[in-house]
Design a protein. Structure first.
Length: 499
């Protein structure tokens, strides 16, 4: 079993009270003394790293290693558990008088206090990753808690994939591979044999392009394949937005032709924008005639809370694109009836669990990536609350909603950010002890994580891969092998069981 997983914990542990977070000689920053109640603009002028260095480093060390005033290291596996978040926050805000630590809540806002927690998490991760590393193979075999596996290359870097984004399988074993550049490859018998012609043109801007491919669970009967892609605006070709279509394949030798295309969901042209970020998008079927699709908020923030906007939402549609009458906001004045949940930032993973629970993974800004159980009509908080700080090292959020805010918190948050990507559920016979668990990818984290869930609740997590490339998608084949789609290098590998 892996001795340590620095980006995450193996179990949802309980544990001890946090150690002293500062000493009596620490001096609050001048900006903090001025006012505890700060505007967002003022918060964004506060540099979290400098705040830690001025207030905490003398006692806790520049990297959290402790020692300055007899303090112990903060960089332990136990203190890195996510259930310690609130304890760190409370210790900094309220102080620990018996340890000589003053209450920083008297001179610092809650947002600044939380930003120090995120900074400490980043230091902990760096220290623990440096000490323990990631999963390592012995004679090519990785040993996890209950399974052993090895990595096999499916498509090497030299094959010519261009930012592969998503994969899915046809009943005859052919694998479809989308590339963000607009190309869909066909893999058969371990070889790239052809491409799909006639696909819709994509809006190529930043993170936009050809994205998710989802083969209908009843493909053998109906032949439908669903695609998500960034669509070019009709009113302004410099703008784009995610669009969902379905179509069928007509094979012509080794290639195939995209035919019978139907629009499943297309947002109003007023939602199209010129930004190149946060398109979403993933697709999941519930087996009851519905399809769920996830939309990013296009970097705009507050529209995620606006029920008249598609941005930052997960939609529930009938498989033909019509709106189910029992959706939560059907009939609400001004609301889009297709919305199932809202307050999302940039969902990059979406899957229906074997028990019928819908899950998503999505990006926070810097820290605070989320695994969410998606419930009917629920608000997931963006951008009102977040387990994050800004990319520019400033404070803006706290993760806990106010009593009057009906916001659902994630089952699992990742700090530092793993840049959450694809998500799937383990099925098939390859890894029987993992059946029903989730497997999640991380781009910046260069990681694949197994997440055990039960009854819609997070139980434990375990890192399976680290450091082989930016993980764009994780997809479980019908046989249960876990395929990992990589960017930089643009290639595909898979986890194969070792008995």
């Amino acid at each position: 079993m892996f001795k340590w997983i620095p980006l995450l914990s193996l179990t949802a542990a309980t544990g001890a009270v946090v150690a002293c977070m500062n000493g009596p000689k620490a001096t609050p920053t001048a900006a903090a003394v001025k006012s505890v109640s700060k505007t967002r603009l003022e918060l964004q002028s506060v540099n979290v790293t400098q705040m830690y260095e001025q207030n905490c480093a003398n006692c806790h060390g520049a990297k959290g290693q402790g020692g300055g005033a007899g303090t112990k290291t903060l960089n332990t596996k136990d203190l890195f558990q996510q259930d310690k978040d609130k304890r760190f926050f409370d210790a900094i805000k309220n102080g620990l008088p018996e340890s000589g630590m003053e209450a920083f809540g008297k001179t610092h806002s809650d947002e600044e206090v939380w930003s120090l927690v995120v900074h400490i998490r980043e230091m902990q991760n760096a220290s623990l990753r440096n000490e323990f590393g990631g999963p390592k193979a012995t004679d090519g075999v990785y040993t996890a808690k209950t399974e052993k596996y090895r990595l096999e290359t499916v498509i090497p870097r030299s094959a010519g994939l261009k930012v592969p984004w998503s994969v899915d399988w046809l009943p005859d074993g052919k694998m479809l591979i989308t590339n963000r550049t607009g190309v869909m490859n066909i893999l058969e018998g371990g070889t790239l044999t052809g491409v799909v012609n006639g696909l819709p043109k994509t809006y190529q801007n930043g993170q936009g392009g050809l994205m998710d491919v989802a083969v209908h669970p009843q493909y053998a009967k109906n032949g439908w394949i669903y695609l998500s892609f960034s669509d070019t605006g009709k009113e302004n070709p410099n703008n784009g937005f995610t669009k969902i279509v379905r179509g069928k394949l007509k094979f012509e030798g080794s290639d195939a032709q995209w035919t019978e295309q139907q629009t499943i969901y297309e947002a109003a042209q007023s939602e199209y924008s010129g930004g190149g970020v946060h398109f979403g998008n993933r697709t999941a079927f519930d087996g009851k005639g519905h399809v769920f699709v996830a939309y990013g908020e296009r970097g705009q923030g507050m529209p995620s809370q606006d029920l008249s906007r598609t941005t930052g939402k997960i939609l529930r549609l009938n498989e033909d694109g019509t709106v189910p009458k029992d959706n939560p906001f059907v009939g609400k004045p001004g609301a889009i009836g297709a919305i199932w949940s809202y307050g999302h930032r940039n969902p990059q993973g979406l899957v229906m669990g074997l028990d019928g629970v819908l899950w998503d993974t999505e990006h926070g800004p810097r820290g605070g990536d989320e695994l969410n159980r998606i419930d009917k009509g629920a608000n997931y908080g963006w951008p009102l609350v977040a387990f994050s700080i800004n990319y520019n090292d400033s404070a803006t959020w706290t993760p806990w909603p106010k009593p009057e805010q009906k916001i659902v918190l994630p089952e699992l948050r990742w700090i530092p950010s793993i840049a959450a990507s694809g998500l799937d559920v383990v099925k098939g016979s390859a890894f029987p002890s993992w059946k029903g668990d989730l497997v999640a990818g991380g781009l910046a984290g260069s990681t694949v994580i197994r997440v055990k869930v039960k009854g819609g609740k997070y139980v434990e997590q375990e890192e399976l891969i680290h450091g082989i490339g930016r993980v764009r998608d994780v997809a479980v084949s019908p046989a249960g092998e876990i395929f990992v789609i990589l960017n930089d290098p643009d290639s595909i590998v898979k986890l194969v069981p070792v008995k």
